[in-house]
Design a protein around this ligand. Structure first.
Ligand code: ZN
Length: 93
């Protein structure tokens, strides 16, 4: 089985969420329920968890980093499961 994590530099561990927002200004259309947005936010996991606003100009590259991050996590989980199996076989040998 060939598994590879690929380029591990362009990786983000998190997820993208779109939200509609109220600006809070009196008389703004959002006060009547016509919210602003959608705005995209990056929910980060790992050492520095948190939520960051993603500007439209960075959306495509951020999305690609997040997708690669999910892929790398899947591959690592797969490799880990294989290694558990291999260790178990060595323990029985
Ligand atoms: Zn508003």
């Amino acid at each position: 089985m060939a598994v590879g994590v690929g380029d591990t530099e362009q990786v983000l561990l998190g997820s993208l969420v779109e939200q509609m927002r109220r600006c809070g200004k009196l008389g703004c259309r959002c006060a009547a329920g016509h919210l602003h947005g959608p705005y995209t936010f990056l929910t980060l996991r790992g050492d520095k968890p948190g939520i960051r606003y993603v500007p439209a100009a960075l959306l495509a590259s951020t999305r690609s980093y997040v997708q690669r991050g999910a892929h790398v996590e899947d591959v690592l989980a797969e490799i880990s499961a294989i290694n558990v199996e291999l260790l178990a076989r060595r323990a029985l040998a």
